[in-house]
Structures are given as structure tokens and as C-alpha cells.
Design a protein around this ligand. Structure first.
Ligand code: LLP
Length: 447
């Protein structure tokens, strides 16, 4: 049975001037400017060009600390798919977090940056031979087995004398998450083995039969943009139930439990956010009670937040190129769009762009911010308030741009991907440079 706990996000009471979803360091500055970590957004745009992505290092570090303080007994592993570059790997490592990777690419980048492989967890519903080879070669701490096919495939790759620690990803049968595409806790989707139809038990038996693999625990990830604690508690109860059955049938007491990530952030003022401190209190209470009821020792928890660590630390900056009145609407076209941020097109996500760098007394007027890419669906923000006199040359800043934007960016129309600049204590430094036309031409080797 699937428990449906999907939360309908209510329409927020948007105050256009609120900085509530911006990094804590954001301040208004003279001339309509805004600073983040003491860096003027206007100056950053002039120096690095647009589109531009800024990452507030202190905001990201504070978010890591919120987790380590709320869950002092747990392993917090940052979900690299939200966004990864060398600096981010370094920051989260310094803050005591591990890393969740889902490809040889993320894994190699982290390890070659000095990230300790024993603190890395590898995921994937269809890990490629290259992913598995890299994981074994680099001695990744834990591999999450997603299906029965990969059990023997993985076991045969483990070198003699080594036992690979593995978790089993199970489907808890809990529906949660902000959009159909990011709900992963239910039957009938591609991740994990079902508890309900007995596949999880079958997989446990197969793993226990492979001496190269050491089953250390269970994993589940119910979805992304989950706004309430309740679905985590529902999933937790089911996981504890399965751990008790594994103990009864196989005499094995699993020492670890990974509850995945998915903690919601607000993209616009007034939207609901998952409260991490409340999550910690309720999860540890439920875990202790559930284990007591089942006569199990309390397993070590792992959590895998991605968006809640990096989303609100990111700001995207765009330059307005054209403004057009059509069909009773005002379309404000900027120099980025669906290629650097496919999220509005993919999930219907709403953002709150803001004019920066020019003082104006013009009142707010509803506009639609569109991108520069060659398709009508390239809309960044539908029906948002911007000053009535918005015009070409203006700078628009979009908060909460750190997660799943650049990591999902494409090169549609052969436009290079934007750079990433860190802002820290009044200084800006380049982390990832803009993709040039030469970068793109390099791969085109045939004629
Ligand atoms: N752990 C696992 C196994 C996951 O699959 C994910 C995300 C996470 C952790 C981290 O979830 P987070 O805390 O970031 O919500 N592209 C979509 C989100 C896809 C999430 C995929 N898995 C978006 O832009 O909303």
C-alpha cells in the first residue's frame, strides 16, 4: 500500500521587496544595487559578464552546520547532483559532510580534489561499468545497490581480500515530493526494490550470499522538495519494520539506515520550507521508539541533502536584452534561460527575479521573463512583478539558483554554459569559467 502524503504548495503571499529567500548576507545598497557576501551584484556582472552564477560560500557552510548541529550522531552526505565543482567538494568536506555521487564523473572530480573516498556514497539505478570500476578502484565507502541485477555484477568486481560495504535501496511506498518527476518513494518508478512485493527481502538474501559484499544497511529516498516531516516518519517506520524482518529471517542486525535527502527550500517568499531542526527531533524520536518496539539497536543514520545545502546559496544574474509588449503581456527577454535553468520548463517551478543596479520609482507591473533560446517554452518566470520601466540593459537577479540549475545545464543553441563565482567576505573569485566557443568546437572532431 502506498501512503500518499503529497503536499500541495499554497500560493504564497509574495512581497516583492522581501529578501527572505536570499542568502542571509544579502543587503540592499545605494543606487538599487544589492550585495551578497559584501559583493555588489552590479560590479560582479560587469567584471564577469552575464549570465553569471554566484555562490555565497558562508551561506553554504552555515547550511552544512545546521545539519551537523541538528544531527550530531548522523552522517550528513551532500548530494553532489545538486551542483558540484572542486570548491564545493572542498567546502562540504571541511564542514564535516560526506558526499553522495551518482557517476564516475562526480566521483573522480571529488576524489581528485582530495575528498576522502571512504566518505563517499555511490548511487545509481543503472550504474555503468565505468561507474562501478571507478568506485572499486577509488575504494568508495559505500555503494547503494538499487536492483538485483547489479548484485553479482558488483560482487565480481571486488578485488580479493576486500569487502565492499553496500546499502540496499528500498521503496518504502510513501508518496512525497514537489513534482511527479521527483517522487521516488512509490512502486512503479525506476529506483529501488519494493518492500511490498518481497523484492527487498529477495535482494537482501542475494547480497548476504555474496561474501565480497558487506550489507551494512538500508537506504530510501522518498522524493525532492518535501515540505513536511510526516512522510519521512512514515518511511522510517517501514524501514524499521523491514530491518526487524531481516533480523528475524537472516539473523542479521543492520547497523546503518540512510533516509536520503529531499528537504524543501523556498524559491519565493512565503513558500514552505522543511524545518531541519524539527526533522531531526521527530526522526530521532521515531527511530528510538521504533527500534525499542522491535528490539533493535538504533542504527547510525545517514541523510543526503542536496538542494537545502546549496540552493539558497546561489544567485543567477542576467542582462535584459529586449522588452516586448504582445497580446496584452510584457515579455522581458534575458541573456540566459532554459539552457542554464531548465527547471521552470521541466517542473513548472516559479522563481522571484528582482531588478538590481538601478534605482527606480516606477511601480511594479506583471511581466514574463523569457530566455534567449529558440523555443517558445523558454520561460524563466511567468507573471512576476518587476518595475514598470524595466528596459534593455537592466540587470535581473534570481535567488535560490544554486541547485539543479547549472548541474542540469545544456549547451542548447551552442551557447556556452555560464561561469560560477564564489563570493566570500567582500571578495569574488572564479570557480568555474564560462564555456567558450573554443570549448565547444574542441569536441567536434569529424567531417
Ligand atoms: N539522495 C538521492 C538518492 C537522490 O536521488 C537525491 C535527489 C538526493 C539525495 C538529494 O535530493 P535533494 O535534497 O536535493 O532534494 N532536478 C530536480 C531534483 C532531482 C532530485 C534527484 N535526486 C529539481 O531540479 O528539482
Amino acid at each position: 500500500m502506498t501512503i500518499s502524503l503529497t503536499h500541495q504548495i499554497p500560493a504564497p503571499a509574495v512581497e516583492p521587496d522581501s529578501l527572505s529567500v536570499w542568502p542571509a548576507s544579502a543587503r540592499t545598497a545605494p543606487g538599487g544595487d544589492l550585495t551578497v557576501a559584501g559583493v555588489s551584484l552590479t560590479e560582479a556582472a560587469d567584471r564577469f559578464g552575464t549570465p553569471l552564477y554566484l555562490l555565497d560560500e558562508a551561506e553554504l557552510r552555515t547550511r552544512c552546520r545546521t545539519y551537523t548541529a541538528a544531527f550530531p550522531e548522523a552522517d550528513i552526505v551532500y548530494a553532489a547532483k545538486a551542483f558540484l565543482c572542486r570548491a564545493v567538494a572542498d567546502w562540504v568536506h571541511q564542514e564535516g559532510l560526506g558526499l553522495d555521487v551518482c557517476s564516475a564523473g562526480e566521483l573522480e572530480l571529488a576524489v581528485t580534489t582530495g575528498f576522502p573516498p571512504e566518505h563517499i556514497v555511490l548511487h545509481g539505478n543503472a550504474k555503468s561499468p565505468e561507474d562501478l570500476r571507478a568506485a572499486i578502484r577509488l575504494r568508495v565507502g559505500r555503494i547503494v545497490i538499487d536492483n538485483t541485477t547489479e548484485i553479482a555484477r558488483l560482487a565480481t568486481q571486488v578485488p580479493a581480500g576486500h569487502r565492499q560495504k553496500v546499502l540496499l535501496r528500498v521503496v518504502p511506498g510513501v508518496a512525497a515530493g514537489g513534482h511527479q518527476a521527483v517522487r521516488t518513494g512509490t512502486e512503479g518508478q525506476k529506483f529501488g526494490v519494493s518492500i511490498a512485493d518481497g523484492s527487498a527481502q529477495h535482494a537482501v538474501e542475494k547480497i548476504l550470499g555474496q561474501h565480497q559484499l558487506e550489507l551494512v544497511g538500508l537506504h530510501c529516498h522518498i522524493g525532492s522538495q518535501v515540505t513536511t516531516v510526516k512522510p519521512y516518519l512514515a518511511a522510517l517506520r517501514r524501514m524499521i519494520g523491514l530491518m526487524a524482518r531481516i533480523r528475524d529471517q537472516h539473523g542479521v542486525v543492520l547497523p546503518q539506515l540512510d533516509l536520503g535527502g529531499g528537504h524543501a527550500v523556498a524559491y519565493r517568499p512565503g513558500e514552505p520550507v522543511l524545518d531541519i531542526t524539527a526533522l531531526a527531533a521527530r526522526v530521532s524520536g521515531e527511530l528510538a521508539a521504533g527500534c525499542r518496539r522491535n528490539g533493535l539497536p538504533v542504527p547510525r543514520l545517514t541523510l543526503e541533502p542536496g538542494r537545502a545545502i546549496i540552493g539558497p546559496a546561489g544567485v543567477a544574474l542576467y542582462r535584459v536584452l529586449t522588452v516586448k509588449q504582445t497580446g496584452g503581456r510584457t515579455l522581458v527577454a534575458v541573456d540566459g534561460g532554459m539552457s542554464d535553468n531548465p527547471r521552470p520548463a521541466l517542473y513548472g517551478v516559479r522563481y522571484a527575479p528582482r531588478l538590481v543596479g538601478r534605482a527606480t520609482t516606477a511601480g511594479p507591473s506583471p511581466v514574463t521573463v523569457v530566455g534567449r533560446y529558440c523555443e517558445a517554452g523558454d520561460v524563466l518566470a511567468e507573471d512576476v512583478p518587476l518595475p514598470e520601466d524595466v528596459r534593455p540593459g537592466d540587470l535581473l537577479a534570481v535567488p535560490v539558483a544554486g541547485a539543479y540549475q547549472l548541474s542540469m545545464a545544456s549547451r542548447y543553441n551552442m551557447v556556452g554554459r555560464p561561469p560560477v563565482v564564489a563570493v566570500t567576505d567582500g571578495r569574488a573569485r572564479m570557480l568555474v569559467r564560462r564555456e567558450s566557443l573554443a570549448d565547444m568546437r574542441l569536441r567536434d572532431v569529424g567531417l
